[in-house]
Design a protein. Structure first.
Length: 136
C-alpha cells in the first residue's frame, strides 16, 4: 500500500512505539512484531509522526538530517499510509531547510496552508520567518 492509498479495505493505525521500532530496529522482537502488524497496511497520524520525531531526536540523539531521512522512509514505506502525505512531504522539505524550527512547527504551518487558514499567528521568531506565518 503506497502512502496515501486508502483503497483495499480497512487500514489499522500504529502508535509512536510501533513507528519507532520500524525506524530504529533496536529491539529485534518488537521490530518483527511491528513488521507483522503493518504488512497488511497501517495508517500513521500526524500526532504519531510528531511524537516519533521527538523520540528520535531526544532519546536516540538523531540529527535533523537523520530525522528527515526517517520521515522520507515512512512516506515511501510500502505498507504505511501517512496522513496527508503531501503535507508531510512539504513539512519535511521545510524541516530540511530550517531544522532549528523542528518538524512539529513545519508540520503545523503546512497543515494550516493546506486547510487555507493562513496566516498562522505565532510568537516564535523563527517560525514567523516562514512564508504563511505572522509574528504577533
Amino acid at each position: 500500500m503506497a502512502s496515501g492509498d486508502t483503497s483495499g479495505g480497512a487500514v489499522r493505525a500504529v502508535d509512536t512505539n510501533v513507528l519507532v521500532r520500524l525506524i530504529t530496529r533496536d529491539d529485534p522482537r518488537q521490530a518483527a512484531a511491528a513488521d507483522r502488524f503493518v504488512e497488511q497496511g497501517a495508517w500513521v497520524s500526524h500526532i504519531v509522526l510528531v511524537e516519533a520525531t521527538w523520540v528520535l531526536a531526544s532519546v536516540y540523539d538523531c540529527s535533523a538530517s537523520d530525522v528527515a531521512t526517517a520521515l522520507d522512509m515512512l512516506l515511501d514505506h510500502h505498507h504505511l499510509t501517512v496522513q496527508d502525505p503531501d503535507v508531510v512531504a512539504a513539512a519535511v522539505e521545510y524541516f530540511r531547510q530550517r531544522p532549528s524550527l523542528g518538524f512539529s512547527d513545519c508540520l503545523v504551518i503546512e497543515v494550516a496552508r493546506k486547510a487555507g487558514h493562513l496566516p498562522l499567528g505565532t510568537f516564535d521568531r523563527q517560525l514567523a520567518r516562514i512564508d504563511g506565518a505572522q509574528r504577533l
